[in-house]
Design a protein around this ligand. Structure first.
Ligand SMILES: Cc1cc2nc3c(=O)[nH]c(=O)nc-3n(C[C@H](O)[C@H](O)[C@H](O)COP(=O)(O)O)c2cc1C
Length: 283
């Protein structure tokens, strides 16, 4: 989460963006409320080679919301969409996501409206922490909202909120149908949680016979195999032809996958491993 204004005016430390090729796919999250800074920061980041971006509309910390940024944008859905649209114009369709809470408070829950707007703008994904900004971290994250959102938009939804164990994350994926999950406090307490979830997903894949897989498990299985396949190809072959080969293999994995046709056409047109890995996230 980096201040767009800070990047433009030079006060935010650019070292927050230090990275290495293994950080792939990499998404830079910006926060801000002024279009000119968002736009200029995007130009600078694109020039430096960053490709995927996120807009923070979920941070409820007063220091951020009092400037109109973070979750305060949920009070102004049109402005939020204007900023996100500016980012999509810079980065290209499918390369920008937005992190949301359900709304500012109980009486103004704009997340569905915003997500539909994002879909029209050709955003690539939407992340939701299903609490209001006023709630901060109190109460419980409402996973039912995640399900509601994933069922109402074609965009991939990343679910966040009260996922403190890998098991809870797997339950959340299976119960809500979201296409990804995000760990925050759980990862601070247990940094191995990401690997644990990967292991759980692999085990689910290995243990269950193919004919017993329900469709949700099957999608998780396909995704996990596709990511492993890419990882192995990248590790063992540095030849460009390995990449082109993978571009022809992966579309075959997509039988029965949501929006397979669109995903296939994006996979065959993609330009590098990073983009390929990114697209597979949305199986
Ligand atoms: C220490 C900390 C830092 C966070 N930083 C960010 C951030 O930079 N961007 C963001 O979108 N959300 C951020 N969040 C919010 C989380 O992404 C997440 O939505 C929220 O904490 C709920 O998930 P959890 O129950 O797993 O903590 C942060 C949360 C914590 C606790």
């Amino acid at each position: 989460m980096i201040s767009a204004k800070g990047l433009v005016l030079g006060s935010a430390t650019w070292s927050l963006l230090d990275t290495c090729p293994e950080d792939s796919p990499l998404v830079v999250q910006l926060f801000g409320s002024e279009k000119r800074y968002i736009s200029q920061a995007m130009q600078m980041l694109l020039q430096k080679g960053f490709r995927f971006f996120d807009l923070n509309a979920g941070c409820a910390v007063r220091k951020v919301t009092k400037t109109g940024a973070g979750a305060a944008l949920l009070r102004e859905p049109d402005k939020l969409l204007d900023l996100a649209g500016e980012m999509v114009r810079g980065a290209g369709p499918g390369r920008v996501g937005v992190k949301l809470r359900t709304g500012w408070d109980q009486d103004s829950q704009a997340f569905l409206q915003v997500a539909h707007g994002l879909q029209e703008l050709q955003a690539g994904w939407v992340s939701l922490h299903p609490r209001t900004a006023r709630q901060g971290f109190s109460g419980q994250a409402q996973w039912s909202r995640l399900k509601e959102l994933q069922e109402s938009v074609a965009l991939p939804v990343i679910g966040s909120g009260d996922l403190f164990t890998a098991r809870q994350a797997l339950d959340c994926l299976q119960q809500t149908g979201v296409q990804g999950v995000m760990f925050a406090r759980g990862a601070l307490a247990h940094p191995g949680i990401f690997q644990e979830l990967k292991d759980l997903l692999c085990r689910a894949r290995d243990e269950v016979q193919e004919q017993d897989l329900d469709s949700e498990q099957r999608l998780l299985q396909i995704k996990s195999i596709a990511l492993e396949h890419i990882w192995l190809s990248r590790k063992y072959s540095r030849q460009p032809r390995a990449f082109f080969k993978m571009r022809t293999v992966l579309p075959k994995y997509l039988k029965g996958v949501r929006q397979a046709r669109e995903l296939r056409s994006r996979i065959v047109a993609c330009r590098d491993w990073e983009e390929l890995e990114y697209l597979v996230q949305w199986i």
